[in-house]
Write a protein that binds this ligand. Structure first.
Ligand SMILES: [Zn+2]
Length: 224
């Protein structure tokens, strides 16, 4: 029983190696947005600017490398068209294709994936959902705190609308891009200024009682 035979150890999870990443930088009212993805789908949207409209015109010096020039792939083009419509002509959004998603988070079954997917499919422009409601939509009403975690790991903000997830108390809750950005996006979608209160930043996602059936967005009728 000496260690004569070598230990076979296969490294799993190398799916990134199949992705030839492309990047596209575009301007938005929130500053530069960097879109990344491969031919198979979108990997991420990054808010580069660090500029929020209500804090004044601070010219962020974002790296404006257009790495994706000639190799622009369909998911990036679709995403850019989608974002352009989102900011400039939201009425046409419903008719636009949503790009395929290929970030590793979407390639294996998980609660996070389920949460992000339901959010993308069910919570539309101008609507909001509470952490608790979203937990229920994803199949586990008690998992509001895990929904908060899923929001923090959302690789594709704006398209996957984590800014529409607010506290059942009416407080705004956190946003990884900054609460100012969340506020701007909600206002852009027509939420009256006072409606979503700017709370202390976080909300008690641990207490889920009484949260359902008591919020602004209508109950979705279909699944997927
Ligand atoms: Zn990929």
């Amino acid at each position: 029983m000496t260690a004569a035979s070598p230990i076979t150890c296969k490294v799993l999870g190398k799916m990134d190696e199949t992705c030839e990443m492309k990047y596209k930088v575009m301007d938005s009212p929130l500053g530069k947005l960097e879109i990344s993805g491969c031919e198979q789908g979108l990997h991420g949207i990054k808010l580069h600017g660090g500029k929020t409209p209500d804090t004044g015109p601070t010219d962020a010096t974002a790296p404006a490398e257009q790495l994706g020039g000639p190799g622009a792939v369909q998911p990036l083009l679709q995403c850019a068209a989608w974002l352009d419509a989102y900011f400039r002509e939201p009425a046409v959004l419903e008719g636009l294709p949503v790009p395929a998603l290929h970030h590793p988070i979407f390639q294996k079954e998980s609660f996070t994936r389920q949460v992000l997917w339901k959010l993308l499919k069910l919570v539309k422009f101008g609507e909001t959902v509470s952490y608790q409601q979203l937990a229920a939509l994803a199949g586990n009403p008690r998992a509001a705190r895990a929904v908060g975690g899923a929001m923090r790991s959302n690789p594709i903000p704006i398209l996957i609308p984590c800014h529409r997830v607010v506290c059942s108390s009416g407080a705004m809750g956190n946003y990884s891009g900054g609460v100012g950005v969340k506020e701007w996006l909600l206002a852009h979608e027509g939420h009256p200024a006072g409606k979503v209160a700017r709370g202390g930043g976080s909300c008690a996602t641990g207490s889920w009682h009484g949260a359902l059936g008591n919020t602004t967005s209508s109950q979705p009728t279909g699944r997927d």
